[in-house]
Design a protein around this ligand. Structure first.
Ligand SMILES: Cc1cc2nc3c(=O)[nH]c(=O)nc-3n(C[C@H](O)[C@H](O)[C@H](O)COP(=O)(O)O)c2cc1C
Length: 156
């Protein structure tokens, strides 16, 4: 688990389908002063839909339909995205996060997966951030099994 000091100018934005990324993000927020935001599906897909529709959409870097607009990230210097990995790529909600990323921010990316690996998508994912005029300070693959689920404080 990363242990970094975050200023109040930090936003943590996450998406979670089954709770693990939510636990990870809640723990980061708990250990810091950062503001925490959750991106939610307008309608949460079931597992079949996540596999048959969500995975191809992750590979194609497509966004989701969200319940609410994403938070305004303009007042934050640092933005932390926490996302589950689907089919080797960040889950589609990551593409909504990228679209909401203001220019010139420092960005940390945490990819939560069963395998702890995003080799096939990692470079392209970082390039999406730099294309927004932002710097990737941290890119870290996190093993889902290492996430402390006691921070699963919200229902998924
Ligand atoms: C639709 C779907 C696709 C997944 N694809 C991968 C994958 O390609 N590689 C991997 O390591 N884990 C994969 N996983 C496992 C998740 O990345 C892992 O369980 C993650 O912790 C789930 O986070 P969440 O509980 O916040 O949704 C997949 C899970 C789902 C639901």
């Amino acid at each position: 688990m990363p242990s970094v000091e975050y200023t109040k100018k930090t936003a943590i934005v996450y998406y979670s389908w089954s709770g693990t990324t939510g636990s990870f993000a809640n723990k980061l927020a708990h250990d810091s002063d950062a503001d925490l935001y959750r991106v939610k599906d307008r309608r949460r897909p079931d597992i079949l839909k996540a596999l048959l529709k969500g995975c191809p959409e992750a590979r194609k870097r497509m966004p989701i339909e969200t319940e609410e607009p994403l938070p305004d990230l303009w007042r934050y210097e640092k933005v932390i995205f926490c996302v589950p990995v689907w089919a080797g790529y960040p889950a589609p909600a990551f593409n909504n996060m990228i679209a909401a990323l203001p220019q010139g921010r420092t960005v940390e990316l945490y990819m939560i997966s069963a395998s702890g690996s995003t080799v096939k998508s990692q470079e392209e994912t970082k390039a999406l951030v730099t294309a927004r005029g932002c710097d990737v300070l941290v890119y870290q693959d996190i093993f889902a099994a290492d996430v402390d689920v006691k921070f699963k404080s919200v229902k998924f």
